[in-house]
Design a protein around this ligand. Structure first.
Ligand SMILES: [Zn+2]
Length: 158
């Protein structure tokens, strides 16, 4: 395995990812490598920038196994929001309570290049939003207030 998980001090995690133009062998290899990394670290979601690739690819743990989503886009959000604890493979030891819409609809491509639309709620909706945030260079401490952000960063620097 060539790639590995980056931690929060890596500037790559603060950058915006590029859309995938073509699902070629490179993209497929990246997806499978991400799946291995996600399984090894027992994560429930992973985004390509977390392994150092600024591409719009996320992996989500579902009841039917790990699924790949390419160029995911949130096309609908519920007005109803919910607070929930979130951790991140890139920020070991940190969990924060984050407010997010309870239900969303996501449009993406699967590994065969077919367009898919997924309605997700509760934890699955949360994982999608967390991973899509990574594609925008946002981490969980960017979703909390100023003082909580300072406290989290101080904790991570220990
Ligand atoms: Zn994360």
């Amino acid at each position: 395995m060539k790639r590995k998980l980056l931690n929060c001090k890596d500037p790559v995690l603060k950058k915006k990812s590029e859309p995938v133009r073509e699902i070629d062998q490179w993209v497929k290899d990246l997806c499978f490598e991400m799946k291995e990394i996600m399984e090894q670290s027992q994560g429930i979601g992973l985004a390509a920038p977390q392994v150092g690739e600024l591409k719009r690819i996320i992996l989500i743990q579902t009841k039917d196994g790990i699924k790949f989503f390419i160029n995911p886009e949130i096309i609908q959000k519920s007005d109803e929001v919910e607070f929930g604890e979130e951790g991140c493979l890139s920020l070991p030891g940190l969990t924060l309570k984050i407010k997010r819409p309870k239900e969303i609809k996501v449009r993406a491509m699967d590994l065969e290049g077919r367009e898919v639309e997924i309605a997700a709620k509760d934890l699955t909706a949360r994982i999608f939003q967390h991973e899509i945030d990574h594609l925008e260079g946002l981490l969980i401490f960017d979703r909390v207030g100023f003082w909580q952000k300072i406290k989290s960063k101080r904790m991570l620097n220990k």
